[in-house]
Design a protein around this ligand. Structure first.
Ligand code: BTN
Length: 289
């Protein structure tokens, strides 16, 4: 039998009335905070907005204020959602999670090497634990289910302020994605509702992810980045696959994991290359990304 397409699956879910109930449940600060520990609540101020340009921009404004706490901004919709490498992040209203976390890191900047991978690993671990959905991580920080992208992380580090390094981690997760408007997404995509088999309560999901991020960031502040990179390696989407990483120089070869800084290792005909930044494209016929 022919494989059911993403659009067909989601249309049939909608026909059953499953999507409508959950996607209309608005984000609610009380519902989220009630599920967080006292320690996590003390770490962050939580802001929920109806419509913003980009949650990352709002977090940047909050971080420039004189407050020692971190901040988490969630929005129902983004009108200027940003992806990596100048791409647009499709951010329809009341469907998905658009979450930016602002955190002031006190410590040596070396401890942040690999942060974007670690955040992806934290999200994947929380989702595997709470929903038994296994996600793979495509270097540096895309979340995949099967061969389809389900989420991504956009990290921005700001200049040092009062002895701290302000970090913005913008997280976009397709949760209950409506099919309308997705023609513009250039790569194969999926959402958590499809992977899990039912629509998800975004307030519950947000609380679970915030809890994991809070404890994971404490690990990193304590010098435990290597543990999160070890989790990342267990979910390495590219490992052993043929990749092309465009940059200067462009590298083509077999993806061979990541080093202690989160740089991609690529085995080439002339030896091993260490690629610190860029985007890896799969060199396989019909490959997703
Ligand atoms: C990527 O995979 O390219 C990264 C996508 C990051 C999207 C999130 S949504 C919340 C935050 N606000 C933005 O404008 N971008 C990030």
């Amino acid at each position: 039998m022919a494989e059911t397409t993403q659009a067909e699956r989601q249309k049939s879910q909608r026909a059953e009335g499953m999507m409508a109930d959950m996607t209309l449940t608005p984000l609610n600060a009380t519902a989220i905070v009630d599920s967080l520990s006292v320690a996590t609540t003390a770490m962050f101020t939580l802001e929920i907005r109806d419509s913003v340009g980009s949650t990352n921009d709002l977090v940047r404004e909050f971080l420039s204020a004189d407050d020692s706490r971190g901040v988490i901004v969630l929005a129902e919709e983004q009108t200027q959602g940003r992806g990596r490498r100048g791409r647009r992040w499709h951010s329809p209203a009341r469907a998905n999670l658009y979450l930016s976390l602002g955190w002031r890191f006190h410590g040596p900047v070396e401890r942040l090497s690999g942060l974007s991978l670690a955040i992806g690993a934290m999200l994947a671990e929380a989702i595997a634990r709470d929903y038994t959905v296994e996600l793979a991580l495509k270097w540096p920080n895309d979340l995949y289910h099967g061969e389809r992208k389900l989420g991504g992380v956009l990290i921005e580090l700001l200049g040092e302020q009062n002895g701290a390094i302000p970090v913005i981690a913008g997280i976009g997760l397709n949760v209950n994605m409506p099919v309308e408007g997705t023609e513009a997404i250039q790569r194969p995509w999926t959402d958590l509702a499809t992977a899990f088999g039912a629509p998800l309560d975004r307030n519950r999901l947000a609380a679970q992810l915030i809890s994991q991020l809070a404890s994971g960031l404490m690990d990193i502040a304590g010098g435990e980045m290597h543990n999160w990179l070890a989790h990342w390696r267990q979910r390495d989407f590219l490992h052993g696959r043929q990749v092309l990483v465009e940059g200067s120089p462009t590298v083509a070869g077999t993806a061979a994991g990541v080093d202690q800084n989160g740089a991609l290792l690529v085995s080439t005909e002339t030896g091993q290359s260490v690629v610190a930044g860029g985007e890896a494209t799969l060199l396989e016929i019909g490959a997703a990304g």
